[in-house]
Design a protein around this ligand. Structure first.
Ligand code: F0G
Length: 425
């Protein structure tokens, strides 16, 4: 199986360009990377992966941010707004409360547009330039659209985004709008938007930059590389487990690919690969269902609902890459309720870290798995928080306390302070 942790490094086919090519994960067909536009395999419609004839070692990484990892990417530089190099926060109270040996939060909300999507876009928009396209498009629950709009405008390209009407957080629409995207609100959920935008891209209307695009996942690999380097620096070992929210399962696939490449390069022992642990909201948990049932494929959920709108997704397109990632690393997947997500959002906030609901799902999932004894107390864990609190100000306000109206005088303010206060949540 090409996605096995112990797969050998493949030899470059004739259609490789400077040691880079695309390969179908299902049938193994290979393609030149930049000659034509394609998102899936011409032969069997399987997902594509970017392959390299030379894989880097840790010593090859230099500089800061996503492009520190240029040796693991198809280009040396991209359309950049200084993405990556996000904090790997210590959270001592949460660590003790949840009860693990070490807990760190990799806060991807600290990227330029406030989510991990920037890492994929800096590479994806660079590829779009290589291909000579002038219009970029995506379907989005919000963050992808914000990142696409920002990186597209930075790269001098038109951007088109399809969003599920009424289900995208305010901050994300504001970003897509201000960065100049043409925003189409579809009367349907994210999966419906993706179906349509795939058709548009297939007809040549625009270049697709959803995570179906294998180049985006190359940029997102750098999350995994940063976490590993951070743990090696602080604990002299890689984390036992990485817990992350799952929507389309792009990050799960990307992190797995990063680790597979390190194993192939002899930089990481197979047994040391962190256990990839995915978390979904109960109302949108097709990956969890597949893992629990031991299924090889995910069954699409037509109806999805959760307060964590970023992961309100019923058809995780990267499942064929992510399911082997979870299984081969000895990880698992778990669903959490909206209440558990909000509780986790408050827990993280109490450490001074502001994350949007989908991001808090990783903490909620870790807590649940720890409670169930699936995560041990001697584990060193990294939780990925994927987006910033300000992305979804309504959810943050609803999770926090209400402001208290007071009169315009000192006595009135003192009287209010002396009263109970509103810790209403
Ligand atoms: N967390 C946040 C904040 C997200 O925005 C997303 C995906 C995910 C997690 C899930 O990541 O797809 O790699 O499993 N958001 C996409 C979007 C769908 O359109 O912004 P995944």
């Amino acid at each position: 199986m090409s996605l096995s942790l112990s797969a050998d490094q493949p030899a470059a086919p004739d259609d490789a360009d400077d040691g880079v090519w695309l390969e179908c994960i299902e049938c193994g067909e290979t393609f030149a990377p930049f000659d034509d536009i394609r998102y899936t395999c011409d032969e069997c419609d399987g997902l594509l992966e970017v392959r390299y004839d030379e894989l880097p070692t840790f010593d090859d990484f230099e500089g800061q941010g996503v492009w520190r990892y240029a040796a693991a990417l198809p280009f040396d530089s991209g359309v950049s707004i200084q993405e990556g190099a996000t904090p790997l926060y210590e959270v001592p109270s949460l660590e003790e409360d949840i009860g693990v040996e070490a807990l760190r939060i990799k806060h991807e909300g600290m990227n330029p547009t406030g989510s991990f999507k920037d890492r994929g876009m800096t590479v994806g928009v660079r590829v779009a330039k290589e291909l000579g396209v002038d219009r970029l498009a995506c379907a989005s629950t919000g963050n992808t659209s914000a990142a696409l709009a920002a990186y597209g405008s930075r790269g001098g390209m038109e951007t088109l985004v399809l969003l599920p009407a009424g289900k995208v957080a305010a901050g994300k629409i504001a970003q897509a709008s201000l960065h100049g995207a043409r925003i189409l609100e579809v009367d349907g959920n994210f999966d419906a938007c993706l179906d349509i935008v795939q058709e548009l891209a297939g007809q040549g209307e625009a270049y697709l930059l959803n995570s179906l695009n294998p180049f985006r996942l190359e940029g997102q690999k750098t999350i995994g590389l940063e976490i590993l380097e951070g743990f090696l620096a602080d604990y002299d070992t890689v984390p036992d487990r990485i817990v992350l929210p799952v929507g389309n399962a792009g990050n799960t696939s990307a992190l797995y690919k990063a680790f597979r490449e390190l194993v192939q390069a002899g930089e990481l022992a197979e047994d040391d690969v962190p256990k990839l642990t995915g978390v979904q909201a109960e109302g949108a948990a097709p990956m969890v269902e597949a893992i629990e049932n031991g299924a090889d494929e995910v069954t699409r959920w037509e109806e999805v609902e959760t307060r964590a709108t970023a992961i309100r997704i019923g058809n995780p397109v990267n499942a064929p890459k992510a399911l082997p990632g979870i299984r081969e690393t000895g990880g698992t997947a778990v669903a959490v309720s909206d209440e558990e997500i909000t509780e986790a959002q408050r827990d993280v906030a109490s450490e001074g870290i502001g994350v949007e609901p989908a991001s808090a799902a990783s903490i909620a999932g870790l807590r649940k798995l720890r409670r169930e004894g699936i995560v041990d107390d001697d584990e060193r864990v990294a939780c990925l928080t994927t987006g910033h609190l300000l992305k979804d100000p309504d959810a943050a306000a609803a999770a926090g306390a209400d402001p208290e109206p007071v009169p315009n005088d000192l006595e009135g303010v003192l009287a209010s302070l002396a009263s109970e206060g509103s810790s209403e949540r």
